[in-house]
Design a protein around this ligand. Sequence first.
Ligand code: NDP
Length: 265
Amino acid sequence: MAKEIFAIFGNPVSHSKSPLMHNLTFQGLGYHACYTRYLLEDGQRLKETFFNLKLKGVNVTVPHKEAAFHACDVLDPFAKKIGVVNTIVKRNGKLYGYNTDAPGFLKAILEIKYIKTVLFLGAGGTAQSTSSILRDEGYEVTLLNRSAKRLEKYKTDGFQTYTFETFEPQSYDLVINMTSAGLEDNNLPAPQKILELVIPKAQACVDVIYGKETPFLTLAKSHHKPTKDGSDMLLYQGIIAFEYFTDHAYHFDEIKPIMQKALRL
Ligand code: NDP
């Protein structure tokens, strides 16, 4: 049987850990497949590129997750609801689309107990899917963002939203950095004055950025708060994508230790 080929599409894509995570897991589980990366410049060409490369499945990263949504023939209900796809699998010539970022994030958050109210710092693409899944699970999500523009959609969807100027601080069980502040700079995701109001009252603080301690997590630790970075989210979205890629031939708990080891390399 020919080897199944998978890839990650994005721009940029060179930094992605997905090829390492999936290749080592294919190897570890003895699944006949390989996974590569592809710099996709034009999201409109996603479907055509997928078929030209004779792929079985892809992960899709920034900035093509909405283009991926439009490229699919069949959508999983959650992906359909949020309009964002990061995993595509071909079955009988049709493209099936899923979002694994949000359930991966949810799994990471469920490991933190006794959380009801959540403050999101940031309102970008990642916040879109994750706020929706948290609300579906019964969490109360409030969004605080630097600019008002991005908040409009959330307000329409019934979320409580604030900018730095309009913020009326309350007590939140969990504060999450959903921005890219701290990724390639040393910025905090919100003015320190605001963070000093919400962090002391929180039970824990989470950052979706992984691979480094961000200024946000450093500040949370200085208040002796339990913290978690984005590596579990990255791992869990990868495991859930792997389950789709292999049509659930393996269980989550079987995949986890192998993919986790790959992530540590
Ligand atoms: P977007 O570009 O869609 O949104 C960026 C958000 O960050 C906006 O709300 C923006 O606010 C805010 N922001 C950026 N810089 C600053 C700053 N200096 N101060 C305050 N706010 C700022 O990004 P994504 O939603 O795609 O990604 C967000 C983060 O999530 C990234 O760091 C990314 O690496 C991480 N991520 C992690 C994953 C994981 O598996 N762990 C998976 C996916 C993403 P404004 O509207 O004002 O511009």
